[in-house]
Write a protein that binds this ligand. Sequence first.
Ligand code: COA
Ligand code: AMP
Length: 625
Amino acid sequence: MTAYDAAVAQWRNDPEGYWLKAAAGLAWSRPPSRALDASQGLFGRWFADGVLNTCHNALDRHVEAGRGAQTAILYDSPITGAQLKISYAEMRDRTARLAGALAARGVTKGDRVIIYMPMVPEAAIAMLACARLGAIHSVVFGGFAAAELAARITDATPKAVITASCGLEPGRVIAYKPLLDAAIGMSAHKPDFCLVLQRPQAEAAMTAGRDFDYAAEEAAGAPHACVDVAATDPLYILYTSGTTGKPKGIVRDNGGHAVALHHSMSMIYGMTAGDVYWAASDVGWVVGHSYIVYAPLLAGCTSILFEGKPVGTPDAGTFWRVCAEHGVKLLFTAPTAIRAIRKEDPEAALMRKHDLSKLEALYLAGERCDPPTALWAAEQLGIPVVDHWWQTETGWPITAGFRGFGLFEPRPGSGGKPTPGFDVRALDSEGNEVPRGENGALVVKLPLPPGCAPTLWNAEQRYREAYLSTFPGFYDSSDAGMVDAEGFVWVMGRTDDIINVAGHRLSTGAMEEVLAAHPDVAECAVVGIADALKGQAPLGLVVLKAGAARDADEVAKELVKLVRDRIGPVAAFKEARVVQRLPKTRSGKILRATIRKIADGETYAVPPTIDDPLILDEIAGVLGR
Ligand code: COA
Ligand code: AMP
């Protein structure tokens, strides 16, 4: 029996014992007497009678154990040239002061705080300060437009917003404050106050009485102690794309989250306290929440916070420079980043300029990793390259390779085996398990393990409908794929209209809502088409209203701008085409899958239910396929 099999057996035979043992790795004000309380929540609640504070576990606990001088956050910004090492003691003190400043302005346990910040250490400090108070943070990714930020402010009704004057993209300064001001203007809810981190690249104008200087507030804050919270109290809300324009507010609890992430650092990534760990993502995404901020700090590691891109800041050697300079032991990024590096440095000449002897493994997630990319990275780096599958909803990997158990033989294209705690199956549309090796809907038998979202913010019914109703007794991941004869899971793609662009999760439904709002558009369809660099890219097809005598190129340009203005640059919506008609079934359903196949140049069967097959040729003609 392998170590992996033994762990799975332990968990299956005694889930209570398995999770209580994992929970014992943390400091509790009141340790939980049991792991799962099946009587609570949608599928049970984890560690329901436990009391703890996540910030205490991430910072104070390590200082008390003698790690105060160790670097907790290592900020490296090739865009500005800045580097900063913040020790655990400094992180604790800065976080305690910011928590004090927030409390002095009225933020208390259970209040929401929106954090709209670029990749600066203050973003992590702001998250942890909220955790310290038992306040619920909601980080909004900087690449979203004002309207998206406004939707989150309206839904989360925050008492405060913490922001920065700007974010930095290569060659471009993005002023955040005007976006925030516009969002607050649009939102039905108004925060009591905003803290603004002034960065030298752009000075933000302040609204008197509402906006306060972040640095001054943090410096003057009276250090605040960690506030006890129930394990089931929310730590954060993270909005992610759903099938409509209204994002889903994924709720993360304190106890299950801390237990799962702490456990994952040793079991999945093989990290111990003092190791240098780097997740090259953004704090605005779940990977950033879990593996830039919380998990590495819960495990007493040094976490790299990188403000840059895999290419262009300044070149495709940046990742390797960071790994070498800071002694990174494990790098976690999205396959897109590796594809971007490979495109610019196919022979890995820039990689070879750096001493990567400390780098032991590369983990990939966020989108399906194409085998050539994984194989290239493994060959050039000479270390294991591990694909692992997860979602914002789960907060940590559903399937993985496990350094803590010795890694599996590489299977490029597979996301590894289920993490102990996740009972993964592939089901047919009737809810029956399909034979091993056949494709189906990938589901997880309930209960979901600790760390997974127990509900959606203010939308429990939506959670039921989105995840629990299709296959009663199972969580529907909305991913399709198979479990093979040896138990490896192969994730092939989404079953809904979510697309994955450069590892960013986007809703084609939300883009369609924007296109449909254009005055000349009668109907539209957005599909995700194959993109060599970003995995997928959105393509919009629109039919103009009768009598809209407009130049097609002009309308297309307006539509591209509209999506950028309403959703944000991160939507990467660059292509809209005007067509005469959209292919539909006789009952009026748009045949999006067929459009996608035409755009990708794949062979396709003419759907038997199609209203008029000739439309397919028209579409192919417009797309030049
Ligand atoms: N704030 C403001 N704008 C942002 C932003 C942010 N935080 N992040 C991205 N954008 C903008 C980009 O500047 C770009 O704008 P443009 O259309 O004017 O060029 C647009 O959003 C699209 O961004 P992206 O899809 O990331 O493309 P890119 O061309 O800028 O970069 C890669 C391509 C491959 C380098 C980049 O996508 C990357 O680093 N990918 C890794 C993916 C990743 O880390 N995913 C996180 C999940 S693990
Ligand atoms: P997000 O919620 O942004 O993390 O996106 C989750 C989605 O990304 C999943 O539902 C998958 O469709 C996709 N995804 C993430 N990781 C992988 C992976 N390793 N392999 C295949 N798809 C993945």
